[in-house]
Ligand binder design. Structure first.
Ligand code: CMC
Length: 423
């Protein structure tokens, strides 16, 4: 076995080198502290593998993303989101019968308990749908606390089916419209669009362009290995908390602007530039000035340092949807200008800052009529099967331990307590 040598204070230690199925290498330091009384320090975890995983492979230098070995480009072109969800959750592509049964279950479990609608009544109209979603998902464990051994994946199916309904209801709540119940004859994506946009007073049929675009969007977001929200889900799961608790925590982590919340911020940034006379160059200059506190939202990625393959697919989808829907969006022009400048500008080239998935998804959601504050909810819908797959993988690992990082303490050393009248 290959080994890595580490010399601490003149003493030499050896640690095993692990190699993944795509030849990526890691030093196994699981005995480091017990043998050397030393830990590693890696703020932001850019050099730390938290687990071994067989779900998703990313090569950020080459712009590769694969779910269980299948390239994202092929899945986005040929698969349905339910098929990809099955792949991630059960580890293989479904047969026709398996897919039909999975779709039947997702349809059958799509209604939420009527009492849960009362929760929605209680939130203020200004509540962000992500905050509503995380609370509602957390509440699901009060309705479905236990799973029988006969149907171990029942809560997984419930989660996938009901989050879609909760997300659409959160939107209906925010615009003061009555909730629209799911329809069993519709596909996963068409059903969501129906619950979002149908009203009791007239018939609604989701345009096939939108259904197809939503399918691609959800597939592209379905998993992304150990990102902030997935690591959160795994960490919560490691304490043996239930599925709903872990996913609710994942939703909270995803909501931040540096993660899933970036898609909302991209749109807000484009609108700000438009309202400021469309002077995009001014904003490129601001992004380059470290003191401005301004970043070009939708640019840069911790892992992709060449291009984000999801962004490449979405860029084409955006063009197609806008064409087919006959939409001429001035924000798209600003986005294209920003992209062009940023791809040529030394600052962005040197730092390998390329448009990421969130840069285009916002424009696409907008074209689909989805309001800006729902963008991160859409990301959540897509990411659910990935989170569930990681939750499954962690629970199935017999050597799993509770996640518990260490720290380097930099505070005061021991000192005497001072009574309040002497301070
Ligand atoms: N605009 C301007 N400068 C940037 C940007 C940006 N969007 N992103 C990074 N930089 C600069 C940063 O200032 C730093 O410069 P310097 O070396 O001179 O100090 C350098 O690039 C490296 O940045 P970093 O913050 O160390 O990189 P990171 O890997 O920690 O952060 C990131 C990655 C995605 C959080 C960051 O690029 C960012 O804030 N982007 C904007 C938010 C965004 O689009 N997030 C969505 C990510 S993709 C969807 C998802 O997976 O959630």
């Amino acid at each position: 076995m290959n080994k890595a040598k580490l010399i601490i204070d003149g003493q030499e230690w050896e640690f095993p080198l692990l190699v993944g199925s795509e030849d990526e290498r890691a030093i196994d330091i699981s005995r480091l502290r017990s043998e050397t009384n030393t830990i590693t320090l890696d703020p932001g975890f850019g050099n730390t593998g938290s687990c071994e995983s067989a779900i998703t492979f990313i090569n950020g230098e080459q712009g590769i993303l694969r779910y269980l070995g299948y390239p994202i480009e092929q899945l986005a072109e040929h698969a349905s989101f339910t098929e990809v969800s099955y792949l991630l959750i059960y580890g293989k592509l479904p047969s026709e019968d398996e897919l039909a049964e999975f779709q039947r279950k997702l349809t059958y479990h799509s209604m939420i308990h009527e009492d849960m609608k009362k929760f929605l009544e209680g939130y203020p109209p200004t509540a962000h749908p992500m905050a509503i979603l995380s609370s509602m998902v957390s509440s699901l464990s009060t309705y479905y606390p236990e799973v029988s051994e006969k149907e171990p994946d029942l809560n997984i199916v419930r989660l996938l089916a009901k989050v879609r309904t909760i997300a659409a209801y959160a939107y209906k709540k925010s615009i003061g419209q009555p909730f629209t119940y799911p329809q069993n004859h519709l596909s996963y994506c068409a059903n969501f669009l129906h619950m979002m946009f149908a009203v009791p007073t007239e018939a609604y049929e989701a345009p096939s362009t939108l259904e197809e675009a939503l399918n691609v969007l959800l597939i592209l977001h379905a998993d992304h290995e150990q990102n902030c929200s997935t690591s959160t889900v795994r960490l919560v799961c490691s304490s043996q908390a239930d599925l709903f608790a872990a996913i609710s925590a994942g939703i909270c982590a995803l909501s931040g602007p540096l993660h899933g919340g970036a898609n909302q911020r991209v749109l807000e940034m484009l609108e700000m530039i438009r309202d400021d006379g469309s002077d995009y160059k001014k904003y490129v200059s601001m992004a380059k000035d470290a003191n401005s506190g301004f970043r070009l939202m939708g640019f840069g990625h911790r892992v992709y340092k060449n291009f984000d393959p999801r962004a490449t697919i979405l860029r084409k989808t955006v063009g197609r949807v806008l064409d087919e829907m006959g939409i001429d969006d001035p924000l798209l022009e600003i986005a294209m200008n920003l992209e062009e400048v940023a791809l040529e500008d030394e600052y962005f080239v040197e730092r390998k800052l390329y448009p990421n998935v969130d840069f285009y998804s916002g424009i696409l959601y907008r074209a689909m009529g989805i309001p800006t504050n729902m963008f991160t909810v859409m990301f959540t819908l897509g990411r659910l099967p990935g989170w569930i797959a990681h939750w499954n993988e962690l629970r199935a690992n017999p050597d799993g331990r509770i996640g518990r990082p260490r720290q380097i303490y930099t505070g005061e050393t021991e000192r005497e307590f001072v009574p309040i009248d002497e301070r």
